[in-house]
Design a protein around this ligand. Structure first.
Ligand SMILES: O=C(O)CCC(=O)C(=O)O
Length: 233
């Protein structure tokens, strides 16, 4: 503690600052004071979710997707995706052998469950737009899975950002350009990280080269969940 004439003032200021810090949500601090990492227009909020928030979210997703379980789609190329997918919200991304589209139902005929409120709150805190997403794709990455470089362009428009949440094992995320090829940058995404792809990043190529299977204990059997929120319709 400071000694001398300004000691009292210091104590008061310190108390005010402590109260201020206690009152603030840790997210506001992370976003406002530290800010996201920036890779061109990709914004990465490191460990945006606390461990207890991650655990609660995984459990919420597990319960919500009970009737719409993750599945491995077969793509137009005839190849099966290595990741398993399911969706929440009015529109779910549903690739099949005819191409890529959004649909209102899981292939088993069950409508997708609503996007959990806790997930919508993440979007509201980081997206910097008023509109809410109508689609939340959930990707499950098991051992030896990846997602090739691609653009997200099956939506009706590209004015809204894409927000993605990482849960579980670390994943090597590659960020490219709005045309295929050229210089790319990569970062290992960790559990609780949130990525915002707006501006030039909205139509930038990106993908997951690999995951470090077993690097996190968040999911009982290992692996990684990714939530990708979009305004699709
Ligand atoms: O898993 C990720 O972090 C990215 C997922 C993704 O790019 C997508 O689903 O389009």
């Amino acid at each position: 503690m400071l000694q001398g004439g300004n000691g009292h003032e210091f104590c008061e200021n310190h108390l005010r600052l402590t109260n201020f810090l206690e009152l603030q949500d840790h997210r506001a601090l992370a976003a406002g004071m530290m800010g996201p990492l920036l890779f061109r227009d990709f914004k990465i909020y490191r460990e945006y979710l606390t461990l207890s928030e991650q655990k609660a979210l995984v459990e919420e997703l597990r319960v919500a997707a009970a009737d719409t379980p993750p599945f491995q789609p077969v793509l137009r190329s005839g190849k099966r995706m290595s990741v398993r997918i399911t969706s929440f919200g009015a529109r779910g991304w549903l690739p099949d052998q005819t191409g890529y589209q959004y649909a209102a139902q899981h292939p088993n005929g069950t409508p997708w469950p609503p996007i959990p409120t806790s997930v919508l709150k993440i979007w509201q805190a980081v997206s910097e737009v008023d509109r809410l997403p109508d689609s939340c794709l959930m990707n499950f990455y098991g051992e030896d899975t990846k997602m090739g470089m691609h653009q997200d362009r099956d939506e009706a428009g590209f004015d809204w950002p894409v927000v993605s949440v990482s849960l579980g094992d670390e994943a090597l995320f590659r960020m490219g350009n709005t045309t295929r090829g050229g210089k790319t940058e990569s970062i290992w995404l960790r559990s609780g990280d949130v990525v915002v792809m707006g501006g030039a990043a909205r139509l930038a190529y990106h993908g997951i080269d690999r995951i470090r299977f077993g690097s996190s204990t968040l999911l009982k059997k290992g692996g990684r969940l990714n939530l990708t929120l979009r305004v699709a319709g």
